[in-house]
Design a protein around this ligand. Structure first.
Ligand code: INI
Length: 157
């Protein structure tokens, strides 16, 4: 069986991060975890771009622009949605998730969903660099792997 896998190699590629300001106390830690993981895998500082949007609902539209630019091997979307703070939690989560997935499918550029969705602020903090790891760092690994995998699959996005 021929097996195709992506390695965690930067390959000189450029990566874009899109982060939402809502709950930025948490999201900034996701951004730091993500950028740190990319740098530790050899990604050049010059090859990292960070764009801020107001909330997670706005992640897809910015991700689409970045993905369509053709400059980036992957776009990493980072945000924090906390149920306790919004009655439209489900809407924001659903639109962010389906929007990011649609950008990925439509452009062929891997768009990584690094949005923490929790019931409480405490749970969100745990996923942003304390008890439960850092979802931004996990998103960076997914981006490296997908960016390396896609060219190996052949064809076009
Ligand atoms: N955006 C978030 O990223 N996280 C949240 O928890 C959140 N809450 O609680 O409402 C949130 N709302 C803002 C939303 O993403 C949009 O920015 C806003 O609706 C304007 O379109």
């Amino acid at each position: 069986m021929r097996t195709i896998e992506g390695n965690l190699l930067h390959g000189g590629r450029r990566f874009a991060l899109v982060a939402s300001r809502f709950n930025d106390f948490v999201t900034r830690r996701l951004v730091e975890g993500c950028a740190d993981m990319l740098r530790r895998h050899g990604v050049d500082e010059d090859h990292l771009t960070l764009a801020w949007v107001p909330g997670s609902f706005e992640l897809p539209v910015a991700a689409r622009r970045l993905a369509a630019s053709g400059e980036y091997a992957a776009v990493i979307c980072l945000g924090t949605v906390i149920r306790g703070e919004t009655s439209h939690y489900d809407l924001v989560c659903r639109e962010a998730a389906s929007g990011v997935a649609a950008v990925s499918r439509d452009t062929g550029v891997p768009c990584i969903f690094g949005v923490v969705t929790t019931d409480t602020l405490e749970q969100a903090i745990h996923r942003a660099g304390s008890k439960s790891g850092n979802k931004g760092a996990d998103a960076a690994l997914a981006a490296l792997e997908m960016a390396d995998l896609l060219p190996r699959l052949g064809g076009k996005g």
